[in-house]
Design a protein around this ligand. Structure first.
Ligand SMILES: [Zn+2]
Length: 269
């Protein structure tokens, strides 16, 4: 087991609840590089053409030191990299430009705030609607949201309290990166008069018309909650074709079961 980071030689620490040792030096080149790779990944900002090799080159040539620097890259700089022709440079610059228009959750996930996965990022974006409001949220406000636990709430507050984080967000905003949620707005259960308001729904099996994500989003927008597993708290199970153990469990617990057609009918009311 190494005791020090091979890249920056800081002492490695074991964070609470984790097995692996980690380098927690925020200036560690390995950390920053990993952060960049995460930032451009598909679920995050989805910048095509920025693979690990390109990032490593940009990094070692000191063309980027953080994610905001991606938005300052020029054609000339990119053409100077190994195996980057004019066509790939043009496409990469377009992909970087296009990423500025992403909805808030992609940026939020991309920032790599500890404990904030893609799903939580979506919930936060829907709830706060813009980066500024989220950055000012208190632990209590965050904890009032169903899916946000203590660890995550604390991590979010700690992140936005850091001056470096505030600077980074300001820089991204200054570069024209969108800071607003652009998806469907979530209605709270109290505000919604939909059948789904306040209900916990589980999707299982293969849906023919709606994608799983589509269905989930539509139910959530109407004030429902979509959960991953069937329990006594489940109000409704939507069963597509080849539904397996979740359907069986729902039957065992006597939970209401719908097919996709019935779901679409209710969604369209
Ligand atoms: Zn390190």
């Amino acid at each position: 087991m190494p005791t020090h980071c091979p890249e920056c030689e800081s002492e490695l620490v074991r964070l609470e609840g984790e097995v692996a040792l980690r380098c927690i030096n925020p200036k560690c080149p390995a950390q920053i590089r990993e952060g960049l790779i995460h930032f451009v990944s598909r679920t995050a900002m989805n910048i095509d053409g920025l693979g690990e090799k390109v990032i490593s080159q940009l990094f070692s040539k000191k063309l980027i030191k953080d994610v905001a620097d991606l938005y300052k890259l020029t054609e000339e700089q990119l053409l100077g990299l190994e195996r980057m022709g004019e066509k790939s440079v043009t496409n990469l610059l377009l992909a970087i430009e296009a990423s500025k228009a992403n909805s808030l959750e992609k940026l939020l996930f991309g920032l790599g705030i500890r404990h904030v996965g893609a799903k939580a990022a979506k919930t936060l974006a829907q709830q706060f609607e813009c980066m500024e409001r989220l950055a000012l949220a208190s632990t209590d406000e965050l904890l009032a949201i169903n899916e946000i636990g203590e660890k995550m709430a604390e991590s979010i507050v700690a992140y936005f309290e850091k001056e470096e984080a505030q600077q980074l967000v300001a820089e991204l905003s200054g570069a024209g990166v969108n800071m607003d949620y652009k998806g469907a707005k979530r209605v709270s259960a109290e505000e919604s008069d939909s059948f789904f308001a306040g209900k916990t729904v589980v999707l299982t099996g293969k849906l023919e018309v709606l994608s799983r994500n589509d269905a989930k989003e539509k139910i959530e927008v109407l004030g429902g909650n979509v959960a991953g597993s069937v329990s006594k708290k489940t109000d409704l199970v939507i069963a597509g074709s080849d539904a397996g153990s979740k359907l069986a469990k729902a039957q065992e617990l006597g939970i209401e079961i719908w097919n996709e057609e019935r779901l679409i009918e209710e969604l369209n009311k």
